[in-house]
Ligand binder design. Structure first.
Ligand SMILES: Nc1ncnc2c1ncn2[C@@H]1O[C@H](COP(=O)(O)OP(=O)(O)OP(=O)(O)O)[C@@H](O)[C@H]1O
Ligand SMILES: [Mg+2]
Length: 350
């Protein structure tokens, strides 16, 4: 969305629970891992998708960059949820240049904000639908004031923000890199963080449907906290370690939240299945920290009647085992998917 010269770009994913950084190097058409790291954010730094405590976010981002010894001066980040509007629209067939000239005018009818307040970007999905003289276009609009907040956070952290992507598309990037054998299948990519769930149904390199739902792993923590009368910190720890005297009650509480999230996923997937005469979804790939919740993949699989896998971002990525512990990488895999997708971005990518 924002453009710049072709330079080394680090992917920095500012999530509500932590900042993740990934840097890749492209060698002979293959990616190699150069840098990866995660640093937690204070819980009140980002609330309801808004950057509340920008100085804390700047501090954590700066510390992460410094501690990893990142020298690159340019970064890509992403937004999601209510910060971005994504619509698939049908227009008369035209060239990319023609659309460039007309996009604001076309976009105006689909965007519930003043067109002057948003950045609009697009991708032509199919240029001439079966000779009908029509084409489908993916419209991506983000509010300028939100983008500007990110620009200034990155500036203060000492790095230039040159690409602003969308969480779901970053996940898609990583999926396509690692699972080329699934390329022709319709798959659902579901990224579940702490506060938001990004769903993206893709096929053949094209996003068929996206939806973000403001629900995530915090729900488990809140439920454990409520059911067992604990502090948020205690509840978070129990969720992650699974250590609690009354195991059956804990599993019951987690199972109920699994059910809530699973129903939400099902609702979106059903919506896609009913609105599209496209092929049906064949598989679900989970990512995000909440993909680690015990029995969640199983619950999703049961509810949807589909195979579910946790997306592994390191399948096709080369890395030096001297520099990076493979076990550690497997451990952090689900968390860094968005940051990795951002690190793959180059100038002019859409
Ligand atoms: N071992 C684990 N088991 C269950 N949940 C976990 C585990 N480790 C981390 N989580 C949860 O994963 C979530 C963080 O995931 P992630 O880093 O993807 O979110 P985020 O990007 O910070 O948030 P968001 O994108 O929603 O703003 C938190 O809710 C955290 O409690
Ligand atoms: Mg996230």
């Amino acid at each position: 969305m924002l453009f710049a010269k072709k330079k080394e770009i680090v992917g920095i994913d500012i999530g509500s629970s932590s900042v993740k950084l990934v840097q890749l190097k492209e060698i002979k058409g293959a990616y190699q891992l150069q840098n990866v790291g995660i640093l937690p954010l204070p819980s009140e730094a980002i609330v309801d998708n808004s950057l509340m405590d920008t100085s804390a976010i700047v501090e954590v981002t700066k510390t992460l960059i410094r501690s990893l010894g990142v020298k690159a001066k340019e970064a890509a980040c992403s937004i999601s949820g209510n910060s971005v509007i994504i619509r698939k629209i049908t227009l008369p067939a035209m060239t990319s240049e023609e659309l460039e000239d007309q996009i604001l005018w076309e976009a105006e009818q689909y965007i519930p904000f003043d067109i002057n307040d948003v950045h609009v970007d697009f991708e032509i999905l199919s240029s001439d639908l079966a000779g009908t003289g029509k084409m489908t276009v993916l419209l991506v609009a983000s509010k300028k004031d939100i983008i500007n907040e990110y620009v200034s956070v990155f500036n203060e952290a000492g790095i230039n923000l040159v690409v602003v992507d969308v969480d779901s598309f970053a996940v898609q990037n990583v999926f396509e890199l690692n699972y080329d054998e699934e390329y022709e299948n319709v798959v659902a990519l579901v990224n579940i963080g702490a506060t938001i769930m990004n769903m993206n149904i893709v096929k053949g390199g094209v996003s068929l449907f996206t939806r973000d739902v403001q629900l995530g792993g915090n729900l488990y923590t809140e439920e454990i906290q409520r059911q067992f009368s604990l502090s948020a910190e205690e509840a978070e720890k129990i969720k992650i370690t699974g250590v609690y005297p009354d195991q059956s009650k804990l599993q019951y509480v987690i199972g109920r939240v699994n059910e809530t999230l699973t129903m939400e996923i099902k609702r979106s997937l059903d919506f896609y299945n009913s609105s599209a005469d496209d092929e049906k979804i064949t598989k679900v790939f989970l990512s995000g920290g909440s993909a680690k919740v015990s029995q969640l993949p199983n619950a999703v699989s049961q509810r949807l009647g589909l195979p579910v896998d946790t997306l592994n971002p390191f399948l096709k990525l080369k890395y030096s085992e001297k520099e990076f512990d493979p076990e550690y990488l497997q451990e952090i895999g689900p968390f860094i998917v968005v940051a990795m997708g951002l690190a793959m971005r180059r100038l002019g990518d859409k």
